[in-house]
Design a protein around this ligand. Sequence first.
Ligand code: ADP
Ligand code: ZN
Ligand code: ZN
Length: 740
Amino acid sequence: MGTLYADIIINISHEALDRVFQYRVPFSLCDQIRVGQSVRVPFGAGNREQRGYVVRLSDRADYDPKKIKEILSIEEDSVDAESRMIQLAYWIRENYGSTMIQALKTVLPVQDKMKQKEKKTVKLLLSMEHAPAQLDEYFGKHYVAKARLLAALMDHQELTWESVIKNLKIPRTTVEGMEKDGIIRVQREQFYRNPNPKGLQIEEPLPLNEDQERLIREFKEDYALGERKTYLLHGVTGSGKTEVYLAAIEEAVRMGKQAIVLIPEIALTYQTVCRFTKRFGERVSILNSRLSKGEKYDQWLRAKNGEIDIIIGPRSALFVPFPNLGLIIIDEEHEGSYKSEQTPKYHAREVALQKAEMEDAAVILGSATPSLESYQKALDGEYRLWTLKQRAKEAVLPDVYIEDLREELKQGNRSMFSRRLYGLIEDRLQKKEQIMLFLNRRGYAGFVSCRSCGTVMQCPHCDVSLTYHRDGKLRCHYCGYEEIMPEACPECKSPFIGTFGLGTQKVEAAIKREFPEARVLRMDMDTTKRKHSHEKILKSFSDGEADILVGTQMIVKGHDFADVTLVGILAADLSLHANDFRAAERTFQLLTQAAGRAGRGEKAGEVVIQTYSPEHYCIVTAAGQDYEEFYQQEIAYRTMLCYPPVWQMLTVLLAGPDEEVCRQTAQRLGRVIKNSGIRVIGPGEASLSKVNDIYRQVLYVKEKDYQQLVRVKERLELWIDRQELPKDLHITFDFNPMSS
Ligand code: ADP
Ligand code: ZN
Ligand code: ZN
């Protein structure tokens, strides 16, 4: 056998090391080495030991064989990357811009093997005939602990390890000694850590209604023909999308395939998992960041070994190594959290489509408010468009009112509740029905400013205003900086410095003032910091322990409260004027979802949208639950301003502690792009121009063709590679960013 060589990606994320290094495989490892394995190698001039992944094996040296170093060992404790994962990592690296090791780590959400949990049982080995004599012998020799254990085992035959150690207080060494003497046996059983809800009964599926049935029939026909399509399921909230997912999964599983279900927020996992577990029992599992390392590894292993059919989780669940993937479902596909905020800034939807193509799986994207990206593709015929127009149960869509806050002010109403909302709240409190009030903000109030000179209190390290909290402190939500609220303006010494704007705490205070008899619960970033506090608040509200739930966007997603018959959106425009090309889309989504919370049960619901821009198409179409109309208006706007999804956009972000270096490098990068004949906007300061004393500059490149942008990125990477740029200057790429 000839010599074997391995191409290795070193586990150091640095642009200069972002290539493969060739090593010789020592003879002793030739039988074991495989692509994807993690190995130890000598690296660099000092031959420091480093970890790396094998990405290719060959029998030819690409360099002078004498200069090629040898692999030291195979890492037994690391999870292997399979070759399809490596392929996917290459695709991610090319399409989003990152080092290969960053891409590899992305597709390996579980990197270290963990020891399997063991269940230990202590059993009596000695026959009952001989045991009494043995017990006498122990007593005779004053072996108290041994006697105690033997006596207990004579009564019970077997005991759990824990009870032997903790209850009987037998030293470990005593147990081992008795095992050696053949008196007892310690039985070890390996088992998986299982984070799933326990004790749920399997329930029969609901009979699908006609609309759902039609979609599933189409799915089954495609599936039987071996056609793995992408479907966009556009269905109003409560239209029975989840039932469609369940039926489609059932079909895939029946064909011997597995399914990945992505959901946007960890907070929704429990509810969703219960529903899936009631359908598929033990064959379902979850993978999310709240699991312990051991739990994660076990779910990963169960999937790999084909012991489960369905995995549910946020975007990282996409990388579970099912042997025979047949279906990927992305619920709430429009959600921003599907886009990674770290390099590589990949979009889980796009990666899912790529993975589905590589592994021949179908994809179902579901939403009440599809992303413009997906809806455009559906209209173009690239995806099959599925529509569910009605709620599955009897419940009808709520009545929606738009209230003009400018008009309220003219009429002398200075409260944060319009007259209509005020009246409806009174009405519901009287009827003992529940209310949700929604505000797209957190904190007691927004920023703090001086009414005399207009100075706004800013974080000294970041380009953002500080937020006032009720403990009397001003905090920066970006870096955590805090200071005491000043008594006078630091600029002009005026005492008229104070808070403006609207926050959930302020809403809560206003309710207590205006409706003192109402019981209020508040849910926002501040009240949900602790583990499970989220679930606790929701449970308490659903148990009827409060009349009103006040909250930020957290309260609008997914939860089904049968007794909520009134939803108030206090200031619909708050998110509309954000400096962001997706602001209208996001506002439309929020309003639609919030409105969808009303009237989920038997009783009809009403929704009040309070706004300063009642004529804006986003507000009007949201109130009318008219997605198609919103889509037409919004796509016209994107077309006019050359924004995604009509145009493709690449953001190049430069961040570094030296403002001048940052700006100059940005200018040079801009010239590189321009010289290749491509349009570029900027450089300019990023909308957050400073965070934690790091300055940020951006460039925007727009092109019709995505691949063209990928080539721009590659050209820039090449250019950056050749420069001697300071090490603390970081350049990152973001394709079709979630905000501008
Ligand atoms: P979505 O995922 O679109 O919000 P769900 O699948 O959660 O909708 O369904 C909303 C409600 O309607 C749930 O309570 C569900 O049990 C019920 N439902 C869905 N499909 C049916 C059906 N075919 N028959 C009766 N009830 C249904
Ligand atoms: Zn001032
Ligand atoms: Zn800060």
